[in-house]
Design a protein around this ligand. Sequence first.
Ligand code: LHQ
Length: 268
Amino acid sequence: MAYETVLIEDAQGVGVRTVTLNRPQALNAFNETLKDELIDALKAAARDKSVRCLVVTGAGRAFCAGQDLKDRTDRSDQAGGGPGSFSASLRDKYNPMIMTIRTMEKPVIAAVNGVAAGAGCSLALACDLRVVADKATFIQAFVKIGLVPDSGATFLLPRLVGMGKAFELAVTGDPLDAGSALDLGLANSVVPGDALLTTTMDLATRLAQAPTRAIGLTKRAMNRALLVDLESALDYEADMQEIAGRSPDFAEGVNAFMEKRQPRFTGQ
Ligand code: LHQ
């Protein structure tokens, strides 16, 4: 599929794919085309075994400003639950986007180059890690236009920053700056804007050399552990470890340890 609003770049030979939202004139707000193309690009990255780490970023000065409020083809102003409704827009477009990231069994890094607002903030929250430019901000913009946080924000934000702070951000719509995001654990690191992509690529390249199968299973287990009691989480960890422990990368990891050398993981 040729894309109009998404750029795809594969770093040669290192297993890192970068997906760039590319509507800079609208701060990468989601029109219908961008939603469709991003879902397609995410699914393709999830399927492609040569991609062992995915980076999501935005072109220009923003990461993503959420739903394109000028896009009348969205027609999500039509209430009611049928085609064209808000719920249909979420169920058909935004929710699959978020689920594809959360269920992809490989690490996904958001390189947050600028403002992440509304569903654009949710997109960043859904990624596994956030490397954040020092001028970037996170805005739960929904309340400013009379909406509730969506695209996973009610689930993901309290888990990342705690209920009290999440609620404050959701009901004020105040921007959270990069430094505060770091203090809260929402940002994994904060770097000067001109170092964002190289810093992110260094991390992505490192993760792409790591045992992808084990990382995928770790993600699966942590996703599930957010929802269950400790006993059940321990039990599920044991199942995941059984799978990881039978993988070629585990054998390679132990061999490398015994032989006092760096492991050469293949992702299997
Ligand atoms: C935009 C947008 C935008 C279009 C900036 N759309 N053009 C909603 C509905 C339905 C179903 C599902 O779920 C959702 C989820 C959501 O995402 S709701 C939340 C939608 N997003 C927002 O409410 C954010 C609106 N934008 C802003 O608050 C500001 O633009 C931010 C804080 C992001 C950036 O502020 P500034 O840096 O001051 O930039 P700006 O406001 O001057 O924007 C620059 C341009 O981008 C401007 O266009 P123009 O032609 O005047 O230069 C804006 O109109 C355009 N733009 N966000 N979401």
